[in-house]
Design a protein around this ligand. Sequence first.
Ligand code: AP5
Ligand code: MG
Length: 214
Amino acid sequence: MNIILLGPPGAGKGTQARNLVDTRDMIQLSTGDMLREAKDSGTEMGKIVADVMARGELVTDEIVIGLIREKLEGDKQGGFIFDGFPRTLAQADALATLLAECGESLDAVVEMQVDDDALVDRITGRYTCGNCGEVYHKTTKPEAVDGTCDKCGAQDMKHRADDNEESLRTRLMEYYKKTSPLIGYYYAKGQLKSVDGLGEIAEVQSAIAGALDG
Ligand code: AP5
Ligand code: MG
């Protein structure tokens, strides 16, 4: 099964993608994570995207489509979860072509609906394990032992450079201008499944399972 998790910054795409990896042996393809890796390892592409990402703007379609193309050539396991991709209509068209080229198709697009006030709270309270990428929140999902990752035991919690109110405003604007048209695009194709993303993490997980299996 190949699915897209669609939603604004902080909607919970990464959190739910990791749940799907654990429960369904799927592969998470997060273009945000791939771009941050490129930035941290100092590649040419990483240098180009660093400022754009810190401001909260979208990087070019060409770069992210190239990243996804490489990943689709590898092992497919229980299918792909596209997390944060596509974000423009051009990326959506490119994804359809890339999937067709490797004999795959899209099974569902899960839209996670969360209002702006909750997004600000989620983004400003988020931190991530620098070793394994587990996502935490200071009130809704704190680690059991202060500063130690529940999943891998590392002591390397990190905040993202774009997790501040100014960048978030730009990220939200980019989402409403360039990404939200995908809701209508996938609705028209009969692939859209919308879930309430405002409940607790486990509730949202059940809603997504219901949308995928129902
Ligand atoms: P990206 O990394 O994709 O960021 P984003 O879309 O802004 O989304 P986030 O990762 O911030 O949020 P999320 O929905 O994953 O939420 P999470 O699960 O972490 O992209 C970053 C940048 O890279 C972009 O701005 C752009 O520059 C570039 N980029 C990436 N892809 C691109 C593309 N395709 N095209 C062009 N540019 C691209 O959860 C957030 C917090 O909430 C966490 O603390 C979590 O613990 C908590 N939480 C989660 N669920 C719940 C819940 N149900 N209840 C309470 N708390 C919850
Ligand atoms: Mg994410």
